[in-house]
Design a protein around this ligand. Structure first.
Ligand code: AMP
Length: 128
């Protein structure tokens, strides 16, 4: 069965898109630690990030770099943190999180509750 991220990539499940190319898709995390918290996924469905072939993994980092540059440009933050957990969804992905301090990447913290309108605004802003 396809992962939830594959179903998002093919449009079967809606998402707030941030960027896309032939091989990768980026969209807003639905339970964000910060506004702009984005997930970068390869279209190729592989569970564990370090099981990706070298070409897909290196391309994913370069794609994530472009997304992170856009996040930094559009969202006030000191840095864009790069986090890989993969404990919940068995489809390799990178979290990109705008941060101002170390505590901004604490996944035990309550997540933000954003309205659909706010998610849509952030998604549109990041695609400008
Ligand atoms: P992890 O696999 O531990 O890196 O966590 C998976 C992440 O995917 C979590 O931060 C979830 O909030 C996020 N997530 C799960 N389902 C969706 C979805 N349908 N749309 C956006 N983000 C999602």
């Amino acid at each position: 069965m396809a992962t939830i991220f594959s179903r998002i990539i093919c449009g079967e499940i809606p998402s707030y898109k941030v960027a896309e190319d032939e091989n990768y898709y980026a969209f807003l995390d639905i339970n964000p630690l910060a506004e702009g918290h984005t997930l970068v996924v390869p279209k190729k469905e592989v569970d564990y990030i370090f099981d990706l072939d070298d070409e897909t993994l290196s391309g994913m980092i370069i794609f994530a770099k472009k997304v992170a540059q856009k996040l930094k440009e559009k969202i006030a933050c000191k840095r864009v943190a790069v986090v890989v957990l993969g404990l919940e969804v068995p489809h390799a992905h990178i979290h990109l999180i705008p941060i101002n301090s170390e505590s901004d990447v604490d996944f035990r913290k309550p997540k933000l509750t954003l309205s659909p309108e706010r998610f849509a605004q952030i998604s549109a802003m990041l695609q400008e």
